[in-house]
Design a protein around this ligand. Structure first.
Ligand code: B12
Length: 180
């Protein structure tokens, strides 16, 4: 399975730090830790390409290469998420979406035409996606139903998929969940 992981554009804001980043020759502050974690959780016999659209754009060859497209994102990225879901449909590629925004507002991704909604925490719901794909299913909604993963079992994210020189900082995950 060839998986194209796409991280949608952030609008310019305080958090983009674009002028400061220009001074140090970097494009973005932090990498998409979600997508490199998702890549580590999927079967490692699969092939992955990651495009952070805040760094570079995917090519026609990337779309052609992919068997499955995977998106993540926050509420501020919803405009580009919508664009990418529609682009996947135009390219006739199955698209699975997850992460904070679609977990909060799944109807957004459904209305945009996403095939698989893989919600909540990927440690629990990604195996459901893999099983559905193995059964030949072409759509589905997967939820963790309140179950929480033990992140000490989460594999090391696939940092090798990133263009490390594009970022001013790196992130690591050391805890999960807010008690409130
Ligand atoms: C790091 C971070 C940032 C970084 C972003 C770095 C980056 N490139 O991603 C910075 C500091 C820039 C940032 C800024 C903002 N952030 Co922020 N941020 C976080 C934070 C603290 C951690 C995210 C993270 O990397 N977690 C570790 C990874 C591994 O976890 P994850 O992303 O959740 O992924 C897991 C699951 O969600 C799931 N998953 C995720 N994607 C996918 C995709 C698929 C297909 C599947 C199956 C599963 C899956 O599986 C993963 C493993 O379990 C979260 C809060 C939190 N503790 O989660 C908020 C959070 C994501 N941010 C949030 C917000 C609102 C913002 C801001 C808009 C705040 C503001 N008002 O300005 C800004 C926007 C930035 C901008 N440029 O405009 C919200 C998003 C809410 C929403 N529903 O969309 C969160 C959830 C905080 C909150 N509770 O409000 N943020």
């Amino acid at each position: 399975m060839r998986v194209l992981l796409l991280y949608p554009l952030f609008p310019k804001s305080f958090w983009s730090f674009d002028k400061a980043l220009e001074l140090i020759g970097r494009k973005v502050t932090l990498p998409p830790l979600s997508l490199i974690t998702v890549a580590a959780l999927l079967p490692q016999t699969w092939e992955f390409r990651l495009v952070d659209r805040n760094v570079d754009y995917e090519s026609d060859a990337d779309w052609y290469w992919a068997d499955l497209v995977i998106l993540s994102g926050m509420i501020v990225q919803k405009e580009d998420m919508q664009f990418l879901i529609e682009a996947a449909k135009r390219h006739r590629k199955p698209i699975a979406v997850g992460g904070p925004y679609v977990t909060s507002v799944p109807e957004f991704a459904q209305a945009a035409g996403a095939d698989f909604l893989v919600l909540d925490e990927g440690e629990i719901t990604l195996p459901m996606l893999v099983a559905a794909l193995e059964r030949g299913e072409t759509a589905g909604i997967f939820r963790a139903n309140g179950e929480k993963p033990d992140i000490t079992h989460t594999p090391v994210p696939r940092f090798d998929l990133l263009n490390l020189n594009a970022y001013s900082d790196m992130s690591v995950q050391f805890s999960r969940g807010c008690p409130y």
